[in-house]
Ligand binder design. Structure first.
Ligand code: PLP
Length: 260
């Protein structure tokens, strides 16, 4: 977002988040109220990177309606969780019927496409506003760059057809179970781990350096996470727990770099 805001050269305001990583609706409402004279492009996140927190799009939409912000656009970044958002119970609003204008989902995350790719779903009216006909390729140009990879849609189509809705649901159920298992095991050894509702990401305080390095744990300030992607097994979680229990190191306060 920062990069795009910079490229578009438009003013932006960062909204506060709650402790669980979800947008602070009150802060959002107050911010919009103070800027009512301006149109708003709102970015919601359906599964933040560290805590997999999900913003409730219907709440955002209601705030915009309440403040009568007619010119607005809501984009939902659903890079990881968009692939299984439809299976989350109870449902968390993030879809077109909840008020979004576009949703982006990565192909190389939950679906497992072997190269980076992603899709953006938007209303046809938005697509039509930017599409230009290119006569010699006999199709519409709808991207900022020109040529793009034709295999990505094919692979994604293949993966989705092969898995089917039930296959995807099973994948999600497996991930959900593994995440719950991981959280419980961490809690059993006295580690304060937690999961946002419907998430497959276990959030935990940062671990000893040797554990972090061995397991390549993504760490940001004082938290780490374990994302229970479909390939993660309970046996791996057991091994991970074993390493934490048997770690002789203490959690480092700060990784210090000494330069001489
Ligand atoms: C992974 C991720 C991205 C980046 O998506 P790419 O398709 O890998 O570029 C953006 N937002 C969130 C919330 C993510 O988890």
């Amino acid at each position: 977002m920062k990069k795009n805001i910079h490229l578009l050269n438009i003013p932006s305001i960062v909204i506060r988040s709650q402790e669980n990583g979800e947008i602070d609706y009150e802060n959002f409402e107050n911010t919009v109220r103070m800027n009512r004279h301006k149109p708003a492009i709102v970015l919601t996140t359906f599964g933040t990177t560290m805590k997999e927190a999900k913003d409730d799009v219907s709440k955002i939409k209601n705030i915009l309606k309440k403040l009568a912000i007619q010119d607005h656009y809501i984009h939902c970044d659903a890079a990881l969780a968009g692939s299984y958002g439809a299976f989350i119970e109870p449902r968390i609003p993030f879809d077109f019927k909840d008020g979004v204008d576009s949703i982006s989902i990565s192909g190389h995350k939950f679906i497992g496409y072997p190269m980076p790719c992603g899709i953006i779903i938007t209303k046809r009216s938005n697509r039509d506003r930017i599409a230009t006909g290119i006569s010699y390729i006999g199709s519409l140009d709808t991207t900022i760059t020109g040529s793009r990879n034709g295999h990505s849609p094919l692979y994604l189509w293949y993966a989705l057809k092969k898995l089917g809705v039930e296959g995807l649901r099973k994948r999600y159920q497996h991930s959900l179970e593994t995440a719950e298992y991981c959280k419980n095991k961490l809690n059993e050894i006295g580690i304060n781990a937690w999961i946002n509702p419907g998430a497959i990401t276990v959030v935990l305080p940062k671990t000893p350096l040797e554990v972090k390095q061995k397991w390549q744990l993504a760490t940001e300030s004082d938290i780490s996470h374990v994302i229970c992607m479909p390939n993660v097994t309970k046996a791996q979680i057991d091994e991970f727990i074993y390493d934490i229990v048997n770690s002789k190191e203490n959690v480092e306060e700060e990784e210090l770099v000494f330069e001489f």
